[in-house]
Design a protein around this ligand. Structure first.
Ligand SMILES: [Mn+2]
Length: 315
């Protein structure tokens, strides 16, 4: 495991770098990768992001300048915010045994990189990237903006339980570069499409409560997505909705990815370890926020995750 400084020193020895992001990319993986790519280029190096077909309109602009051209042959491969090889997009498979450096903040990081910089206390991979990049090159606005997206999205705009004083220090430093963080906050956290609001209304009206009303389950079947003509951008981060229900301390969201394949997201309070529960089903993440992808019907998936959650609950 490398320290922040060792990681910065190591990155400065690399050239012709390809940066990998995870499947169904979020603001943290895209923001972290984009900022690193910009930093490497500012040092005169060639660097690209591997194209990620799951990118949504929300985050596409941040990665747009950095996508690798077709057939790009890197000399070095680095991953950002990827905890496990199962989270590699399909086109990253050729690199699965060649990832030299993994930069991540998941306690469940599986150790696939030849070397790694993993800081589980960091709220976002973006927080780690900020520390690394500032050891390498000045943090310009072009670097700071994607890092702000990374840190703000992984903390739900600085309100999730993972948010620390350090998170705010990093955000302050990024804001001081002069980035337009107000627009980012408005677009990412204070704006919802009508389709998304309609989906939320349906999820709330059909939510189920378990364990003396302490566990709430919300579901996003493919039929709901189709009925609402929802895009990926309408659906992303919908898993944060369940955690808002008063009186509950465990929000489970089950999203049908394809018939027989479901993505589970679990958000928990101190009573329940979300990572432990999701690990039972082959997933992972953080103590208060974790996920897994599970085969079976939505009903079978619901039973399996409820069983795992109850087994990891403290009472
Ligand atoms: Mn992250």
């Amino acid at each position: 495991m490398l320290s922040i400084k060792e990681t910065a020193d190591y990155l400065q020895t690399l050239d012709h770098v390809l940066i990998l992001t995870h499947i169904r990319p979020d603001g943290d993986t895209i923001g972290s990768a984009s900022a690193l790519c910009r930093a490497l280029r500012n040092l005169g190096k060639e660097a690209f992001l591997l194209p990620n077909s799951g990118i949504t309109a929300t985050y596409a602009p941040y990665a747009a300048p950095y996508w690798a051209p077709e057939g790009y042959r890197p000399a070095h491969v680095v991953s950002t915010d990827i905890a496990d090889l199962a989270l590699l997009p399909e086109n990253a498979e050729p690199y699965r045994d060649h990832i030299e450096l993994a930069i991540d903040h998941h306690p469940s990081y599986s150790g696939f990189g030849k070397t790694a910089c993993v800081v589980p206390e960091a709220a976002a991979a973006g927080e780690i990237l900020y520390a690394i990049i500032r050891e390498m090159t000045p943090v310009t606005k072009e670097i700071a903006l994607p890092l702000y997206v990374a840190v703000s999205t992984d903390t739900g705009c600085f309100v999730y339980a993972n948010t620390t004083a350090q998170t705010h220090w990093v955000a302050a430093a990024l804001i001081e570069t002069g980035i337009d963080y107000r627009t980012v906050n408005k677009v990412l956290f204070r704006t919802k499409s009508k389709t998304r609001l309609a989906m939320e209304a349906r999820m709330v009206s059909q939510m189920e409560l378990y364990d003396n009303d302490r566990i709430v389950v919300m579901q996003i079947p493919l039929s709901l997505r189709d009925e609402m003509h929802a895009t990926e951008a309408d659906i992303e981060e919908l898993s944060s909705l369940a955690a808002l229900v008063e009186g509950t301390d465990c929000g489970i969201t089950i999203r049908e990815l394809a018939p027989g394949e479901n993505k589970i997201s679990v958000r928990t309070g101190p009573r329940i370890n979300a990572t432990a529960a999701c690990a039972v089903l082959g997933g992972g993440g953080h103590r208060a926020a974790a996920g897994a992808t599970v085969r079976g019907t939505m009903e079978e998936t619901k039973k399996a995750i409820l069983k795992a959650v109850l087994a990891s609950a403290e009472d």
